[in-house]
Write a protein that binds this ligand. Structure first.
Ligand code: FAD
Length: 431
């Protein structure tokens, strides 16, 4: 296929059979091939020091796939000294099992991919136990150098979506999420362009920026993840460098905590998400993967205060039910705080109360009145939001002598709050 263009404008796609296809908008959903990305001369950057390789195969009759995964899919990841293994059920009997390891380790170990793969699967006790009776399909595959970010994701009349705009690392299993979230946003943008409901440049710029930002966040997220694994020690210094770029002066351990407790909030405008992950899920996954406990920020303070110093008000598009809505946000450097949804409620609570226990009570009363969905999950989102805003500097905390701190504990889908020495808090929500 040949892409015809005048400047930054695509004028048609000429198929191999000679047929010319023209359209108003052109979308590149061709994955890492990046048909339009390459044709339009968009360069790619690799903003990471990760150099990993993956080796995988598909298996029939692995144990866990037939038991735990029955009726639903659950993914297991296990750390081995030189990398990690994924175990992804695809059907009730078929699983994808892969090894990701550092390219340097692969070079130095002197083994062929198949040898290294078998060694890793045999060495990890849980995976080995699952695979006892499993049969390989014998289609061992490998890949490397997958992290990249397109320098731009929009042109005059074309768009990159999904992996054509960039990819981070399989550690996050986020490829499909990124592709689908981007696809949804693009659908909204195209509908709005057709309806001429908003400024076209504003829509295009936002679309391009958010795709790049999200993939960039995932790349950084992956970097943190690996750097928090003792086996990737060479990334420790890089962790601090990433934090510095984000305007924070943190050592690697603090940088990890910053990310794991909600750094990078900016993805979803109505509820707290880190690069498309719920704050608490991300925290749990990172703790499980690395063995580093991630304690809640909120439990460190008895008072919280909103910090809007240096922030300006901006408007940002939000995709809602096929339409683009305009959402007001505070912006400081590259970070935004939406005055919307759960964030708006948290802002309101902080404007009304200062003590954490009173803030919690305010939020609890508000969500109980409805309008934010099921109240326990809304309250959990509020706590997630506070976590992220604390580490992103939108909220500053103080531990005032004589004032009680909360003890917030995240369960699967809810938060529990207790403070044994504080009858007031216990009365709010028995732990
Ligand atoms: C080792 C590894 C493990 C991964 N594990 C996971 C995981 O566990 N979970 C997860 O969500 N993601 C994972 N991913 C990422 C995931 O595979 C991709 O991010 C995702 O498939 C991207 O979706 P996409 O639709 O953008 O591109 P793709 O799925 O690549 O789809 C692009 C399509 O375009 C077609 N195409 C290409 N060129 C042309 C052309 N010239 N003409 C017509 N059609 C064309 C291709 O055939 C393909 O069908 C992993 C990636 C790697 C490298």
């Amino acid at each position: 296929m040949k892409v015809h263009a005048e400047g930054d404008r695509i004028t048609g796609l000429e198929l191999a059979v000679g047929e010319m296809i023209t359209a108003k908008h052109y979308v590149d959903a061709s994955g890492h091939v990046g048909v339009l990305r390459r044709a339009m001369g968009v360069r790619s950057e690799g903003p990471t020091q990760l150099k990993n390789i993956a080796i995988w195969d598909y298996w029939e009759d692995a144990a866990w796939a037939k038991t735990v995964c029955h009726g639903g899919v659950r993914v297991r990841i296990m750390s081995v000294g030189y990398g990690w293994i994924w175990f992804i059920p695809i059907s009730e009997t078929r699983v994808s099992v892969g090894l990701v390891t550092h390219a340097e380790y692969y070079k130095q170990c002197g083994m062929k991919p198949a040898e290294l793969y078998s060694k890793a699967l045999a060495e990890e006790p849980f995976i080995a136990s699952l695979m006892t009776n499993a049969k390989s399909e014998g289609k061992l595959a490998s890949t490397k150098d997958w992290s990249f970010l397109a320098e731009r994701a929009v042109g005059e009349n074309w768009f990159l979506v999904g992996e054509s705009a960039g990819f981070a690392d399989p550690i996050l299993a986020a490829g499909m999420t990124l592709a689908q979230v981007g696809g949804r946003e693009l659908a909204h943008v195209l509908l709005a362009l057709e309806a001429e409901s908003h400024d076209a440049k504003w829509l295009r710029d936002w679309y391009g920026d958010i795709q790049r930002k999200r993939v960039g966040q995932h790349i950084r997220f992956a970097d943190y993840w690996y750097s928090a694994n003792a086996h990737f020690v060479e990334l420790q210094a890089y962790t601090a460098e990433i934090a510095r770029e984000a305007g924070l002066s943190l050592d690697p351990a603090e940088g990890f905590r910053w990310l794991a407790t909600g750094g990078f909030i900016s993805d979803d405008l109505s509820s707290p998400i880190i690069g498309s992950y719920q704050v608490n899920s991300a925290k749990k996954a990172m703790s499980a993967m690395t063995g580093v406990p991630v304690d809640p920020e909120i439990n460190r303070y008895s008072e919280l205060k909103l910090n809007l110093a240096g922030a300006a008000e901006v408007v940002v598009p939000e995709c809602r039910a096929g339409k683009i809505e305009v959402v007001r946000c505070y912006q400081r450097d590259s970070k935004i705080l939406p005055i919307h949804g759960i964030f708006r409620l948290v802002i309101l609570a902080l404007r009304n109360e200062r003590e954490t226990r009173r803030i919690f009570q305010f939020l609890q009363n508000e969500v109980a009145q409805g309008g934010y969905g099921e109240s326990q999950s809304a309250l959990t989102s509020c706590m997630d939001a506070i976590e992220g805003l604390l580490v992103d500097g939108w909220i500053v905390g103080k531990d005032v002598k004589g004032k009680a701190r909360l003890n917030v504990v995240w369960d699967d889908e809810s938060v529990r709050v207790s403070a044994a020495d504080d009858p007031y808090v216990t009365a709010i929500h028995p732990g």
